[in-house]
Design a protein. Structure first.
Length: 64
């Protein structure tokens, strides 16, 4: 596996851990300020994960 692909996979794992922490905050008893911040950060982090997934897909060898 290329170093670039390995780096992307590590970055995805880190972002997934961050997203999970925001999800726990959203699942906790409601605190408006914390929930609003966690919701925004969850959405932002998920967008980063989606971008990393696209980058990983771009690094995979294609058919042929």
């Amino acid at each position: 596996m290329s170093e670039r692909l390995e780096t992307l996979k590590k970055a995805r794992e880190r972002m997934t851990e961050d997203r999970d922490a925001f999800a726990k905050t959203l699942a906790a008893p409601f605190d408006r300020d914390k929930a609003e911040r966690a919701r925004l950060k969850f959405i932002e982090t998920q967008a980063v994960i989606d971008a990393i997934d696209r980058a990983i897909a771009g690094e995979q060898p294609g058919p042929g």
